[in-house]
Unconditional design. Structure first.
Length: 95
């Protein structure tokens, strides 16, 4: 019985290892970085809390803006003078 369960367990994980990669494309709002940062501060009182160079496209940066009091957050990707909002939300959870 233990052997059967072990084989089933291995087969389940092998199947997920061969999963197909899916590309997601979506429309995101983009604007001048300076304008976007001002709007995040003005409307949501969000300030940058984290930034990193993007490994996929080294000319771009990923930034997280947060308001720790209200819990709002915005994730942007920026390159040169243009920034795009990738996602935003409220009440995120640090893990």
């Amino acid at each position: 019985m233990k052997v059967a369960i072990s084989i089933l367990f291995i087969l389940c994980f092998m199947n997920s290892a061969y999963s197909q990669t899916v590309m997601l494309q979506k429309v995101v709002p983009c604007m001048l970085t300076e304008f976007l940062v001002k709007q995040l501060k003005l409307h949501y009182d969000e300030t940058i809390s984290w930034t990193s160079k993007n490994n996929i496209d080294e000319d771009t940066y990923i930034d997280l803006f947060e308001n720790t009091y209200t819990g709002t957050w915005t994730l942007i990707e920026r390159k040169e003078k243009v920034a795009c909002v990738l996602a935003s939300g409220k009440k995120g959870l640090s893990i």
